[in-house]
Design a protein around this ligand. Structure first.
Ligand code: SAM
Ligand code: SF4
Length: 329
């Protein structure tokens, strides 16, 4: 039976983000501490458990699934998983967020597997800065990955940039130029205080309003009511119809009223809100009821009734101890 999942505030939940691994080949300064402890493998959901979870949610009206991480493309078997989720009847789109490091080899297989759209993180166009923000990453490899993705036939590709004062905020116009030159969308994200990453975040906090002003100094921006089913608010650029600019503003302008999503962590915690610890232990349920979906679905419906009305992020207040890679951004 298909029903529509609703939370306790009457919001329709039709978007599931799944972190398929907490591991990553980068150590971005806003996402992780330098020395990260990753989960032991037996605590991470198996590919079968991830697939089953996706199937349960899709059977209940979820129309969009995003695979993320950690870095989803470092999880062995990821392409096959994409193929199986993309084929689920009722799903409108399977999308992915990636750091781009593996796209040179995986862009085409992912597109062939049915991944519709990609978000690729790109914070700077300067190789030295790229290394210092990601701690381990190589810009050239990601740029080659972006190129491969452009040729692979995705319906859309969007760049994600976390803007930080003193790190990359001065590159906002250059990143918009890059997006325009390559016919890509770009979203600027305000840094969220998830996990203790070993630096004070209020020193570098950069608001969406500030980013927008810098772009408006170079381009004429047109407000748009367009939605991509996620938290970004979009503007268009006069004379450049192929690029939209998104602003994701969890600190300055929360998007809780229209929240339509839940997240499942790599260890199978169903997080009801990015900014709270309320969660359902999906892994426990999936393992307790291997052949029975009914009790798992009941628990999901009950848990959604506890979805908080809003998050309460403050700039530098680490209220949520889990890191972004464990959360599934
Ligand atoms: N590894 C992939 C990537 O970097 O695109 C997917 C996972 S990453 C956690 C998803 C997105 O979250 C990235 O665009 C990243 O820039 C963003 N992100 C990570 N930590 C963040 C934080 N503390 N505040 C805001 N965005 C963050
Ligand atoms: Fe890895 Fe993505 Fe986190 Fe960077 S933002 S450390 S690429 S998971």
């Amino acid at each position: 039976m298909t029903t529509q999942l609703l939370d306790g505030c009457g919001r329709k939940i039709d978007y599931l983000r799944i972190s398929v691994t907490d591991r990553c080949d980068f150590r971005c300064i806003y996402c992780m501490a330098e020395a990260m402890q990753f989960l032991p493998r037996q605590q991470v959901l198996t590919l079968e458990e991830i697939e089953r979870s996706a199937r349960l949610f899709v059977s209940q009206g979820v129309r969009k699934v995003r695979l993320t991480g950690g870095e989803p493309l470092v999880r062995p078997g990821i392409v096959g998983l994409c193929e199986r989720i993309a084929a689920m009847p009722g799903l409108r789109e399977l999308v992915m967020t990636t750091n781009g490091s593996q796209l040179l080899k995986l862009a085409r297989p992912l597109a062939d597997a049915g991944v519709k759209r990609l978000n690729i993180s790109l914070d700077t166009l300067d190789p030295k800065r790229f290394r210092s923000i990601t701690r381990t990453g190589e810009l050239g490899r990601v740029l080659r990955g972006i190129d491969a993705a452009r040729k692979a036939g995705f319906a859309a590709i969007k760049l994600n940039t976390v803007a930080l004062h003193g790190r990359n905020a001065d590159e906002v116009p250059a990143l918009v130029d890059f997006a325009i030159a390559h016919g890509l969308d770009i979203s600027f994200i305000e840094e969220m205080p998830l996990g203790d990453v070993g630096r004070a975040r209020d020193q570098t906090y950069c608001s969406s309003a500030w980013v927008r002003e810098r772009i408006a100094e170079r381009y004429s921006l047109i407000d748009s009511a367009e939605q991509s089913g996620g938290p970004a608010r979009y503007v268009r650029i006069s004379g450049h119809p192929d690029t939209r600019i998104g602003f994701i503003s969890p600190i300055s302008q929360h998007f809780c009223d229209t929240c339509n999503r839940v997240r499942m962590t790599a260890e199978g915690r169903l997080l009801l809100c990015l900014g709270h610890e309320h969660a359902l232990d999906m892994r426990g349920l999936l393992r307790r009821y291997p052949g029975q979906d009914g009790p798992v679905l009941d628990a999901i419906r009950q848990a959604l009734l506890r979805k908080p009305e809003r998050h309460g992020f403050d700039r530098d207040d680490v209220q949520v101890l889990r890191f972004m890679n464990a959360t599934g951004g």
